[in-house]
Write a protein that binds this ligand. Structure first.
Ligand SMILES: Cc1cc2nc3c(=O)[nH]c(=O)nc-3n(C[C@H](O)[C@H](O)[C@H](O)COP(=O)(O)OP(=O)(O)OC[C@H]3O[C@@H](n4cnc5c(N)ncnc54)[C@H](O)[C@@H]3O)c2cc1C
Length: 425
């Protein structure tokens, strides 16, 4: 692909590394400000997490550090289709979380207090109200938490549409071009070194998802990041149960624009053990403990793949980013079979659903499950926006705008301090 692509520019103001929802949103907002921006994606736009996610656009259940940014993000989502003149499958139909245990119910009640502080429309539903929201269900829940102003969007549509809009505003967006690393002069960013040559710039924004830790480590910047694997399937067209995006420990699902559902297990994700697991064990221990019921720890070939992945490489040689153009893990078939069985048991109307496609995505997580957005103090000119810990799709436009504001030295709409990298120092 790179052989036919036009030559890269010699110089731009900002280079964005990574074409997921974060990088593309940042490029869009930079271009909107008139900042010359080049986005480089090693594979294809949204080829990794940003097209593989559930599509929940939710405020509900978030860490307080993220609330101002997700509120801003929802504001952007609401106006996005009108602004860019294309559909992103956005629908503000609410989310519904179902409590099967006292412990979950307690967590919901605690979050409701937080929602009130931010004047969100979140409500607790009784067992009867929860059942009434899900006609014909055989499920019995203690209660539910719902936020009607939450929404959903189509991951497969959102990033390509936003990228087209960014291009119309002048952003230069390339696929099939990996950034191997930074070109530094006196410790400061002077450009990027890519597989297609050097591009000079004063500012680089790393929005490389699950690869951000590898990228930063190459330049001696510690960014604690681990990966978990989420498996998902989509159905063919099926009867409508609810327009809300639904989560329970047994199954999570949301209605798709094509009349089917995107479905996953609500209570299981896999953590493939890698050398980074041991490197960051102490930092991640509290989240391992908190998530122990939902996390399946696995030892598979990823350990070997990452053990043999170079941590340092010469900039004129192939980098790890070129060896894996698109991170495409195999889905966990057992977990998906359980999710399907749970869905059909809870909603007999769906007994005839067919699985049209199944896939998995590698989710990049930080120790506190809050992203890192901001400058890297020890490398002037370098910014990161990464570590969205399984909930970066909904917050993507807001977080991308925040990253764009920071990288262009513009005033920010929200306080960026909860996201600074130095909190892990
Ligand atoms: C199964 C699953 C379900 C999820 N459900 C939800 C949900 O319902 N709601 C929600 O809000 N979030 C959800 N998420 C999380 C969400 O998808 C991510 O947080 C978000 O997409 C992260 O976006 P990103 O741009 O940071 O990373 P990515 O989408 O992973 O993009 C990073 C890009 O950078 C590129 N790249 C990396 N290194 C380089 C390099 N050196 N040079 C050039 N390019 C490079 C990669 O190829 C990749 O395309 C889910 C994720 C998964 C996997």
């Amino acid at each position: 692909m790179k052989d036919q692509a036009p030559k890269l520019p010699d110089r731009v103001a900002v280079v964005v590394v990574g074409g997921g929802i974060i990088g593309v949103s940042a490029a869009y907002f930079l271009a909107k400000r008139g900042v010359p921006v080049l986005l480089l994606e090693k594979g294809r736009l949204a080829g990794e997490q940003s097209s593989r996610n559930w599509g929940f656009v939710r405020q509900q259940g978030r860490d307080p550090a993220e609330l101002p940014t997700i509120i801003e993000s929802l504001r952007i989502w609401r106006g996005l289709e009108a602004e860019i003149g294309e559909s992103v499958g956005f629908k503000q139909a609410g989310v519904l979380y179902l409590a099967e245990s006292e412990e979950t119910e307690h967590r919901f009640a605690t979050w409701l207090d937080l929602a009130r502080q931010y004047q969100l429309d979140t409500r607790m539903l009784s067992a009867e109200e929860a059942r009434a929201a899900l006609p014909e269900t055989t499920g019995r829940w203690r209660s539910a938490l719902t936020t009607p102003s939450d929404a959903r969007a189509e991951p497969s549509m959102a990033v390509p549409a936003l990228a087209r809009a960014a291009r119309r505003l002048g952003a230069d967006i390339r696929e099939g071009c990996a950034v191997r690393g930074l070109d530094l002069a006196g410790g400061q960013v002077a450009g990027v070194l890519t597989e297609a040559g050097r591009v000079a710039c004063d500012t680089v924004l790393v929005a490389a998802g699950a690869w951000s830790g590898v990228f930063c480590a190459r330049h001696g910047i510690p960014l604690p990041q681990l990966k978990v694997r989420g498996s998902v399937f989509r159905t063919g067209p099926a009867p409508l149960i609810t327009d809300r995006a639904v989560w329970s420990m047994e199954v999570a699902f949301r209605r798709r624009a094509d009349g089917g559902y995107t479905v996953a297990h609500g209570g299981v994700t896999d953590h493939p053990v890698t050398p980074a697991t041991f490197r960051y064990m102490r930092r991640f221990w509290p989240s391992f403990r908190a998530e122990r019921k939902r996390l399946q720890i696995r030892l598979d070939r990823r350990f070997w793949d990452e053990l043999t992945m170079p941590r340092r490489w010469a900039m004129d040689r192939e980098s790890p980013f070129e060896s894996v153009r698109t991170l495409d893990p195999a889905p966990n078939g057992k977990v998906l079979a359980q999710a399907r069985a749970n869905l059909v048991r809870l909603f007999p109307q769906l007994k005839d659903i067919t699985i049209a496609e199944q896939w998995a995505g590698m989710i990049d997580v930080t120790p506190d499950a809050v992203p890192v957005i901001g400058p890297v103090a020890q490398r002037p000119g370098l910014y990161v926006a990464t570590g969205f810990s399984g909930h970066g799709f909904g917050i993507g436009p807001g977080a991308g705008k925040l990253a764009a504001d920071l990288a262009s030295g513009s005033p920010t709409t929200v306080d960026p301090s909860p996201f600074r990298l130095e909190r892990f120092a």
